[in-house]
Structures are given as structure tokens and as C-alpha cells.
Design a protein around this ligand. Sequence first.
Ligand code: PBG
Length: 340
Amino acid sequence: MTHPPLPDLIDRPRRLRSSAAMRSLVREHSLRPADLVLPMFVREGASENRPVASMPGVEQHTMDSLIRTATEATERGVGGVMLFGVPERKDAEGSGATDPDGILNLALARLRAELGDATVIMADLCLDEFTDHGHCGVLDADGRVDNDATLVRYREMALAQAEAGAHLLGPSGMMDGQIAAIRDALDAAGHLETALYAYTAKYASAFYGPFREAVDSSLQGDRRTYQQDPANGREALRELELDIAEGADLVMVKPGLPYLDVLKDVAAASPVPVGAYQVSGEYAMIEAAAANGWIDRDRTVLESLLAFRRAGASTVLTYYASEVAGWFQDGLPAHLREFA
Ligand code: PBG
């Protein structure tokens, strides 16, 4: 084809995209199963698994299926599992959270007994699954979430989880001072090795919608007095500074894709490893679009996970963790190989 004369020097980045081998040579980021953490739900008194309708492929597990599925994920090489409990009974204090025979603590103990140190066993440390009002803390006489009274409960919950055998506790309630309060309780009881994965920048997000179904949440209202305003970036760095000063071992940004800017800022400033949580609504969106044939599901999944790595996350909590780890174990099919 003839065309008008071109400038003498055109810079040509396309050279580095010219073949699969060339692209592979210059690829900056990749995924490994060990980067991925699988969040799981275990339901008290369940005799069979219950599917979560808004999260196709995700279930509330019975104890046995939790153990089976976590074992399989471990064999596939996932970095860890994050457990959430769905109790039969809820009350104002969230008693089930601190009861050693509560579903979450029982499940942690079973899992630790089965898996030992083969994977990192993590526990959501928050009261919302256990309270009848559905808030992440206890309420004062006016019905407001009482920060410091909640810290007392978090300390008790941390001890119950550490004693059950969790390696890593994930305080997700966004109470002020929660990391310091929990660290202090753990240290005083001799749980020096139990680590804290702080939900550092956690936003009051509509993307948690399907999760509320997954844990049978009884929340009326919202969490805007404790979770961050989606309009704000700066306070994520303030929360980071506090969590680091208070003793966080890892920090997390949540949700994931809508907050990649926050993730990048936190990753640049953090002296400890940073994770991202691809939350229930992100999962649901991919599944819904894929079910309609509107996107290539598997490529979308891997592209979204890779985006977290690019933005600076070392670990990614994702409901796809075990499935993706399985793809790696089996050897990625050709059309997905660019993500390895
Ligand atoms: C609180 C908690 C939530 C999620 C993880 N931990 C819900 C909330 O803050 O309302 C959401 C996870 C998801 O949407 O996948 N225990």
C-alpha cells in the first residue's frame, strides 16, 4: 500500500508484542496458585451443601465438604483458605463467634487438624455473621456500633480462633484500634505466632451484595459509620499507617477491581505484604456476563487476577482460587498461557 511519507523515526513498541515468545520474554507480572486465597463458607448444622444463588459455583459447606474442598485446594497449591461461619442462631453479642463450639471455631480446629501447616488457615474476625442485627460490632443503647465494646469482643474472638488453630486472623470490622487490641490479647495469651491480616482499606461497598446472601446476613441499614466512603482515597493511607503501627503483618484492600487505585497507593506505601479481595459482587458480575456469553469467562478471571498483581498485591482473595490453581496444576490451556 502506498502512503504519505512517514516521520524518520517512529518508536515501535509493537516489536515487543510480535510473537508469543517475545511477549513472554518481556512479561512483567504473573500468577501462581500460592498467590491465591480461597474464601469459604461453613454452615452450622447443615447436612448438605447449599448453593449461593448469586454466586454460581459457591456454596455454604457442611463440615465434611469444607474439609474435602479445602484439602483439594491445598493439594492444588493455593496460598491459603479464609473461613467464614454461618451460625444457626444469632444474638446481639454474636456469642457464636467466641464459643469454642461455634461453627467457625470448630471448622478452624478441624481444618488445622486435617491440614496442619500445609496451607495457611485464615479466619474472618468480625461479628456480623453472628449478630442478629447483622452489624460488625455490638450496639450501644442508641443502636449505634460501639467501637470500644466491640474491641472487647474482638479480643475474645481472636483468642478463640487462635486456640482453634488459625494461622492468620483477618479483622474485617473496621473498628478503630482493632489491630492493637487484638495483637495485645494474642500476645498476652502467648499466641505470638498467630499473624494478623488487617482489612486495612475496606469500603462501604455495594459489591458485597452476594456475600450477604452467602452468610445469611440479617443486616438492616448499612455500614457507613465504620467502612470507608467510596469517594475517598486518602484515608486508606491513614488506615494503613495505623494498622502498621498497631502490628498488622499483612494488609488488604477491599473490594478489588473498583479500588485498584487505592491498592496501588497502599502497595507503594506499605512495608508489609499487601493483598486484595476480589469480592462477591465482582465474582457475580463475571459469572453473570459469562453465563450470557458476553465475555470469555476464563480469560476474564485470569485478567482480573493479574490486574491485582500488577497494582501491587502479593496475595489475592478470590472465590476462583481453587479452580484457577487447578488450571495451573493441569497445565494452562494454550489460550490462557499468557497469564502464567
Ligand atoms: C465482614 C465481611 C464482608 C465481606 C468479607 N468480610 C461483608 C461486609 O463487610 O459487609 C465481603 C466479602 C465479599 O463480598 O466477598 N465480615
